[in-house]
Write a protein that binds this ligand. Sequence first.
Ligand SMILES: Cc1cc2nc3c(=O)[nH]c(=O)nc-3n(C[C@H](O)[C@H](O)[C@H](O)COP(=O)(O)O)c2cc1C
Length: 168
Amino acid sequence: MDFIELCKRRFSARKFTAEAVSPDDLQYVLEAVRLAPSACNRQPWKFVVIQSDEAKAKIQQCYDREWFMSAPLYILCMRDKERNWVRGDGKQHGDIDVAIAVEHLCLAAADKGLGTCWVCNYDVSKVQSLFARDGYEAVAIIPLGHIAADCPHGEKIRKSADDIIEYV
Ligand SMILES: Cc1cc2nc3c(=O)[nH]c(=O)nc-3n(C[C@H](O)[C@H](O)[C@H](O)COP(=O)(O)O)c2cc1C
């Protein structure tokens, strides 16, 4: 599969089977995360693998959607607020860094035939209180699992290249 095929294969999976993610597949996606680039190579991030029943019950309180409950595990992706690179004009780059690592995760999962979905519309105060980590803030929650046969899978709707690319 070439890279464009992989990009097409990844989609927002919103229904999973109960099958566990194998330790090998989990390590594969986490290695893709670890290899992601970051501004000044600060690597200002932490990835919390949420797989115990107790921790899953907590994260499921943070995003109240039926499909979200079906995931066998979740990865809470966090930004290190103290270590992320700050440009001269004050712009913090941690969200960008974490986003790159998260998309590595999603593409690596797709490479293994697994499903993911970016979730940012979670209850911020609940995540902050249930998953407090000193100096860190949540950026995204990624459910990870085997895609259910009846998982909704719409067509890829994207702007045309003409609309978004300018050659000068
Ligand atoms: C930064 C970001 C935040 C997102 N947050 C959510 C979310 O909270 N809930 C959700 O169901 N989908 C969320 N999505 C998924 C998008 O809706 C989805 O990626 C987009 O519609 C394109 O569809 P595709 O991923 O299937 O190609 C998010 C995606 C991104 C990149």
